[in-house]
Write a protein that binds this ligand. Structure first.
Ligand code: GUN
Ligand code: FE
Length: 422
């Protein structure tokens, strides 16, 4: 499949390299980007042209952290701290996914909404249940959304009705890995909920399964000070919260949500282990006693930073809303200049939402040659025709502050159109 997409193209080549082309052309072949260019060479003039003149053409966004099973209650039940929130609201609701009929219904709503969002790549928590998790994987695969999905493992500090045995969790994880072997879009991900929820034998077993099958892994890290103190109590022999994952092989090239209260020593380890740190700004301002990730500090240190909606800690799948908040919080955390953290700008925010996180999936999140053809076509002029006089950079900033999902005209993943606005 080969075609050309025409429109106002913007993308990052790296954190500090931003490209934009007014009335540009994007050459797509076999699900990959060939090239973004200013004009169409003669030999391409006969190819199929999809004309989105006047629309913004951006790389698809990566939601590096969200809980599909929590989608139904996003935007509610935010009146408590993290650990209370889990006990009181989350565990009973996740337990309902034992019922496959419930899982089918709830995950269908979730995947339908994800299809209409700006997200093309996602790293997802399901629940403790194998069958429910597999149902979610099938729906994502059918929708053509690239995702890592994990059974959420837990065997302590949770009610019996949502607790596994180490052996049961081992079998279920291996079974999911086997069932996903021939999936094109969905891949398994070892997912200890967080150290608070997993005994040492559980963590050790998950590390072994990960090593044996060579799969991805994800978890939560340093989200809340109460959580961190609890981990210290539970794992007195670990060097740090980060070490509780590292010592069992669950840190290396993993995705770690939140990473707010990271010590200098942990920071060093996270960089050495090539970890993807997920900024979940909306969640961190909802689930009380969260905090603000020092994004600038991590970027300056050369670490991977992506964005996460963290539904239902976060109330929306809209990653532009999260990037807007990331920009705003980068100013708040600077604390009137006292912290010397340069605020993020819109181009850097776009990087975090695209290439910064999507590179966990390989060549994704940009329009450089050989990258996955994940393309968003966005009507940013909606309701304001006068705005065409703005340049692409200004339009990008304005989009970040204003976008909702009705701005999305079409979405392509791996070159295939998965959504089109009616
Ligand atoms: N830490 C452990 N589980 C969760 C969860 O479901 N959401 C959030 N935000 N943090 C967690
Ligand atoms: Fe989370």
């Amino acid at each position: 499949m080969e075609y050309i997409v025409k429109g106002d193209i913007a993308y990052n080549k790296s954190l500090n390299e931003f490209e934009s082309i007014h009335n540009g052309y994007l050459h797509v072949k076999d699900g990959k980007i060939v090239k973004a260019m200013k004009s169409l060479p003669k030999e391409l003039k006969k190819k199929k042209l999809i004309d989105y003149t006047g629309k913004l053409i951006l790389p698809g966004m990566a939601d590096l952290h969200l809980h599909a099973s929590q989608f139904a209650y996003k935007g509610t039940l935010m009146d408590v701290t993290l650990l209370e929130w889990l006990d009181k609201y989350t565990f009973p609701r996740e337990a309902a996914f034992k019922d496959e009929k419930h899982a089918k219904k709830a995950y269908k709503v979730f995947v339908d909404c994800l299809k209409k969002s700006f997200t093309t790549k996602a790293v997802i928590f399901a629940t403790i249940h194998l069958e429910g998790t597999y149902i979610l994987c099938e729906l994502l695969e059918k929708a053509g959304i690239d995702a890592y999905v994990g059974i959420v493992d837990m065997d302590r500090n949770c009610p019996d009705y949502i607790s596994q045995t180490v052996e049961g969790a081992r079998k279920d994880n291996i079974e999911l890995i086997k069932r996903l072997k021939d999936f094109k879009h969905v891949k398994p991900c070892i997912t200890p909920r967080f150290t608070v929820s997993c005994t040492d034998p559980m963590m050790k077993m998950l590390g072994e399964v990960r090593k044996e099958y060579g799969v991805a892994s994800q978890s939560h890290l340093d989200e809340n000070e109460e959580e961190i103190a609890f981990v210290k109590e539970l794992c007195p022999d670990a060097k740090s919260y980060t070490d509780t994952y590292d010592r069992v092989g669950l840190l290396d090239h993993s995705v770690m949500a939140h990473c707010i209260y990271v010590t200098d020593e942990e920071m060093k380890t996270l960089k050495e282990k090539d970890v993807y740190l997920v900024h979940c700004p909306e969640s961190n301002t909802n689930v009380t006693t969260g905090g603000i990730m020092p994004v600038r500090k991590y970027l300056d240190y050369g670490m991977h930073v992506g964005i996460g909606s963290d539904v239902a800690g976060g109330s929306t799948l809209n990653l532009f809303a999260n990037l807007k908040l990331a920009i705003q919080l980068s100013k708040v955390i600077n604390h009137g200049g006292r912290n010397n953290y340069k605020p993020l700008n819109a181009k850097e925010a776009l990087y975090i939402g695209t290439l910064g996180g999507a590179s966990y999936f390989g060549k994704a999140g940009s329009f450089m040659e050989g990258y996955d053809a994940d393309i968003l076509v966005i009507d940013d002029v909606k309701g304001d025709p006068s705005s065409m006089k703005f340049g692409i950079e200004d339009r990008l900033e304005r989009l970040m502050y204003n976008a909702n999902e009705s701005f999305l005209v079409a979405k392509y993943i791996d070159g295939r159109k998965v959504y089109e606005r009616k």
